[in-house]
Ligand binder design. Structure first.
Ligand SMILES: [Zn+2]
Length: 309
């Protein structure tokens, strides 16, 4: 059995974003609090007792508070069910939550060498003492089984693979601590319960659906996919920014080359958008965009959505 809890479904900034007055953010602050959403992260578990986070969002503290499965076990003075964090990129919204996990509990950080190099280059992450918090490099196309703090197997197999994307935004035009060559800045993950064989794909950032990616995703029981923007020029048209979705390494939901079209007809069991920016009109219940997404079989999850495979 593979349990998945969507801790947060929003892109960087969350919904509402602190400095944003767009229609979605205004609605989330006032009449429609159900629109509120924290920054993207999911928790997975094979046994229901030990959990792994996929990315650690800046909203982690709030997410843990809202998720009883991740509370310390009753009767223990210090404990956390979180056995590890698997990072798929080095963006702020994927790594900043690590700083909220600094009170001495043991866990393991799994990340590609390029992302580990970013953590190493930023001394603030040394607050996670490597005696308690191991940093384990993961390699493309090499499956691994994350372990529990006592070294026991988790029962989960994770296969990292490269997807079209970008290095973290704050590194644009800068020297990448992990070197400028090669891939590893943006990972997709296949996560499989070893006992049942059930699996899901996690792709919170993806710039393009290639033929290789289509063949991976075909027939998958569950796909959590990049839903940052509805259309590529959304931020520019709304006057919210100067970047396109592609410029940020994110495919649009709509359009001929968008995610809805690209993933149609692949016989995927459940499709959820994740990492949804507050500018995206598909967040609004009853919007034409949401209807299009839903009629194509996509779910727009709210925080706390739980799926059992
Ligand atoms: Zn907004």
């Amino acid at each position: 059995m593979l349990r998945v809890v969507v801790l947060g479904a929003a892109a960087g900034g969350g919904v509402p974003q602190w400095n944003c007055g767009c229609p979605v953010c205004r609605a989330a602050r006032s009449d429609h609090p159900a629109l509120r959403s924290t920054q993207a992260s999911v928790a997975i578990s094979a046994d229901g007792d030990h959990w792994f986070l996929i990315n650690a969002s800046p909203d982690l503290r709030q997410q843990l508070l809202a998720t009883p499965q991740l509370h310390p076990k009753a009767g223990l003075l210090r404990h956390s069910p979180i056995a590890g964090v698997i990072l798929t990129n080095g963006e702020i919204d994927a790594v900043a939550g690590l700083l909220s996990m600094r009170e001495g509990s043991p866990f393991t950080i799994y990340a590609h060498a390029k992302v580990l190099a970013i953590l190493k280059a930023n001394s603030i992450f040394n607050v996670l003492n490597e005696k308690n918090v191991r940093r384990e490099p993961i390699e493309l196309d090499r499956p691994f089984e994350p372990t529990l703090p006592d070294g026991a197997p988790s029962g989960i197999e994770v296969l990292p693979f490269t997807v079209p994307g970008k290095a973290a935004w704050y590194l644009e035009g800068k020297v990448h601590p992990g070197g400028s060559d090669g891939t590893g800045d943006t990972l997709g993950l296949r996560i499989r319960d070893k006992a049942s064989g059930k699996y899901l794909y996690f792709l919170a950032a993806c710039a393009e659906v290639t033929d290789d990616l289509k063949s991976r995703l075909a027939g998958a029981p569950l796909v959590l996919f990049d839903g940052t923007v509805w259309r590529d020029d959304e931020l520019i048209v709304a006057g919210l920014g100067t970047k396109t979705g592609q410029g940020m390494g994110h495919i649009a939901m709509s359009g001929e080359r968008g995610a809805i079209e690209a993933l149609a007809g692949l016989d995927i069991g459940q499709k959820l958008f994740l990492h949804i920016n507050n500018s995206n009109p598909a967040l609004l219940h009853g919007s034409a965009e949401r209807k299009i997404a839903e009629s194509a079989g996509w779910q727009i999850p709210s925080d706390g959505t739980e799926i059992v495979l």
